[in-house]
Ligand binder design. Structure first.
Ligand SMILES: C[S@@+](CC[C@H](N)C(=O)[O-])C[C@H]1O[C@@H](n2cnc3c(N)ncnc32)[C@H](O)[C@@H]1O
Length: 230
C-alpha cells in the first residue's frame, strides 16, 4: 500500500513540475525563472520551432508590410524577439526596406539573434530589456510586434501599455493570443477572444481584430488612434 501512495505522490509531483516548468514555462515562479529557462534552452529554440519561411512571409511579413505601405523605410520594434524571428523574416524580404529593433530579457536568446542578423548590419539592432519598461520615447514606432510571448510576462497589461505608449499615433500593433489545448492551463492568465480584444481596446487601441493563426496562437492586430486616447 505504501509503495502505491509513494508512486501516486511522485506521479502528481511530476505532473505539477511539468505544468510549472514546461507548459507555463515558469511564469508562476516569476520573470527570473522564465528568463533562466530561455537562457538554458536558447540553443534548441529554432530547432524546436522550425519556422517555415513561406508561412512567416504570408502571416507575419506581408500583413505588416501591407499596413506600413505608406512608410518607405519603417523602424519596427519587436518585443521579446527571442532568436530574432520577426527581424529575420522581415529583413529577408526584398520588399522590406526598413529596420528592426529586437528586445528580449534573455541574453542567450539575444546573442543568437544578433549572430543570425549580423549580415544585415545596422538594419537590425538588439538590446536586453524586459517588456514592462521599453527604453524609447512615446510615439516612436509605426509598428510594434510581440509574438508568442505575452503569456510569459509578469503582466501582459503592463507590457501592452508600454507597447501602445511607444507606438506612433496611427501605428500598428501585432500580438498573439494563446489558444489551443494548453491555453487554459495558464489558469487566471488565460484570456478568450472577447476578453483579449477588450484588453487591447482598454489599453487604447482601435480596429482590434483576431485572426486564427497556428494551433497554439491567434494573431491579434490593433491600431493606435491617430489622435491618441492615452
Ligand atoms: C516563446 S519565445 C518567443 C520569441 C519570439 N517572439 C518568437 O516568436 O520566436 C518568448 C520570449 O519571451 C522572452 N521573455 C520572457 N519574459 C520576458 C520579459 N518579461 N521581457 C522580455 N522578454 C521576455 C523570452 O526570453 C523568449 O525569448
Amino acid at each position: 500500500m505504501k509503495w502505491y501512495i509513494l508512486a501516486t505522490g511522485l506521479a502528481l509531483t511530476g505532473l505539477f513540475l511539468y505544468w510549472l516548468l514546461v507548459i507555463t514555462e515558469g511564469v508562476y515562479l516569476g520573470r527570473r525563472v522564465v528568463v533562466w529557462l530561455y537562457d538554458l534552452t536558447a540553443g534548441k529554440y529554432d530547432g524546436i520551432k522550425e519556422f517555415a519561411p513561406e508561412m512567416e512571409s504570408f502571416f507575419v511579413v506581408r500583413p505588416l508590410r501591407h499596413r506600413l505601405r505608406h512608410a518607405p523605410a519603417p523602424l519596427i520594434l519587436d518585443v521579446a524577439t527571442g532568436t530574432g524571428r520577426v527581424p529575420w523574416f522581415l529583413l529577408e524580404d526584398p520588399l522590406f526596406n526598413g529596420r528592426v529593433i529586437g528586445l528580449d530579457a534573455s541574453e542567450k536568446m539575444l546573442r543568437l539573434a544578433a549572430e543570425k542578423l549580423k549580415p544585415y548590419g545596422r538594419r537590425a539592432a538588439f538590446a536586453q530589456q524586459t517588456a514592462d519598461r521599453l527604453p524609447f520615447a512615446d510615439n516612436t514606432f509605426p509598428a510594434v510586434a510581440c509574438l508568442e510571448s505575452l503569456e510569459f510576462f509578469p503582466s501582459d497589461v503592463a507590457a501592452l501599455q508600454e507597447m501602445v505608449r511607444v507606438l506612433q499615433p496611427g501605428g500598428v500593433l501585432l500580438v498573439t493570443r494563446r489558444r489551443g489545448r494548453e491555453a487554459k492551463l495558464f489558469l487566471d492568465r488565460y484570456r478568450n477572444v472577447p476578453q483579449f480584444e477588450a484588453l487591447l481596446r482598454d489599453v487604447g487601441l482601435v480596429d482590434v481584430h483576431t485572426l486564427p493563426w497556428q494551433e497554439d496562437y491567434d494573431q491579434v492586430f490593433g491600431r493606435k488612434p491617430a489622435v491618441s486616447k492615452q
